[in-house]
Ligand binder design. Structure first.
Ligand SMILES: *[C@@H]1O[C@H](CO)[C@@H](O)[C@H](O)[C@H]1NC(C)=O
Length: 376
């Protein structure tokens, strides 16, 4: 009898917990998952040609302690000066002699992509405000915060073409930068590639339905524009010239990670930062929409889940979209969460949302290490 009563009480308590959990999820769940996450590239293709290595662990740290989460990094081809935007709202510059200075103040915590403009100003993607132009004297101009009547929710990366047109990405129309990770609980593919025309002062949509629209780049001849789809392990290209002008197609897919920023290096190749949005825990909870809904309803659990993601990977990709080389820090010992990579005169420069420095790596040194490691 007593035992029966205890079981009844336990059952009632379990039911109460389940009901309150269901109510909490029903009231607070910020996501509406629609389907399973896109399949990861099979272990075959890219991964087997490029066995995991930890060559990024050889990097040198620039500006350590001064740079809060420098998401993007750009090196000026003329002077070798390094530009980045940090969480304290500053665009910062490293002179060729290695000294850092505050270049321009924008404010806010959402500065992401930085790219040069032909007039000497800097294009800056402020995730929260839109596409900005920042001048060295501190003048900030908002170029685009809406596109054809809809708000640009998550300006991420930009590149200026030689005719002045700016191509830029709006990662998601569902979530802002502060909640970007929730987009990876929903998988609704609402990212967009946008274009700003300085002649009309208007932005327009080039491509929509993207699985988190991220890095944007142009090849030297500007025959196409590339946009990376973080969720789908691939980058697309939209032809700008020739008979296929206006058409979109896959540029590179089956990348060994989730592509973030992409940049054309001085070596004539694109370099792509590949986020590692995976962990045994994330893979487990991603299997069912119910678990995704439950975890997403508790901000602390979302943060815990994000903290399980470790490692850094970058890839060198030819102008034809062939993966040439993959470098990593798979254990995330020295650098994690690399969001941008650019090559300049044989060195790689790495930006990250998880560091307080810019990573610099000599490719010649890495090549020597690789050759030494191969038995002859
Ligand atoms: C580096 O160059 C800048 C600009 O020319 C100068 O202001 C600065 O003092 C130099 N720093 C060092 C350490 O030489």
């Amino acid at each position: 009898m007593a035992r029966r009563g205890l079981l009844d009480a336990a059952g009632a308590a379990a039911l109460a917990v389940a009901v309150s959990l269901a109510v909490h999820v029903a009231l607070h769940c910020p996501v509406q998952p629609v389907g399973p996450p896109p399949a990861r590239p099979a272990a075959g293709a890219a991964a087997s040609r490029f066995p995991p290595n930890n060559l990024l662990q050889n990097l040198e740290k620039l500006g350590e302690g001064m740079l809060r989460a420098p998401e993007d990094v750009y090196v000026d081809n003329a002077g070798g000066e390094v530009f980045t935007a940090t969480r304290d709202g500053w665009v910062r510059r490293m002179r060729a002699n290695g000294s850092w200075e505050r270049w321009g103040l924008v404010g806010g915590t959402g500065l992401l992509g930085v790219a040069p403009s032909a007039d000497g100003a800097m294009l800056v993607c402020d995730a929260d405000k839109g596409l900005l132009k920042v001048e060295e004297n501190g003048r900030v101009t908002l170029l685009a915060s809406t596109v054809q009547g809809s708000t640009i929710r998550f300006a991420d990366a930009a590149i200026e073409a030689s005719d002045g047109t700016v191509y830029f990405s709006d990662a998601s129309t569902r979530f802002s930068f502060d909640n970007w990770f929730l987009d990876f609980f929903e998988y609704r593919f609402t990212g967009r590639l946008l274009k700003y025309d300085p002649r009309t002062g208007e932005a327009s949509v080039v491509l929509d339905g993207l699985g988190f629209a991220n890095g944007v780049a142009l090849p030297p001849d500007e025959a196409f524009v590339v946009v990376c789809e973080t969720m789908r392990f691939r980058c697309l290209r939209v032809w700008l010239k020739g008979e296929k002008a206006g058409e979109a197609e896959i540029f590179v897919d089956n990348l060994p990670g989730n592509p973030d920023n992409i940049r054309l290096g001085s070596d004539g190749h694109f370099w792509i930062a590949l986020l590692q949005v995976r962990s045994p825990w994330l893979d487990l909870i991603s299997r069912w929409s119910l678990t995704r809904r439950v975890i997403a309803s508790f901000p602390a659990l979302v943060e815990r889940t994000k903290a399980t993601l470790k490692g850094a990977v970058v890839a060198q990709v030819s102008l034809n979209g062939e993966i040439v080389r993959v470098l990593g820090d798979y254990e995330g010992k020295v650098i994690n969460w690399v969001t941008s990579v650019t090559e300049f005169n044989g060195d790689l420069f790495l930006g990250s949302l998880a560091t307080n420095f810019i990573g610099k790596l000599s490719l010649a040194k890495v090549t020597r290490e690789q050759e030494d490691a191969v038995p002859s």
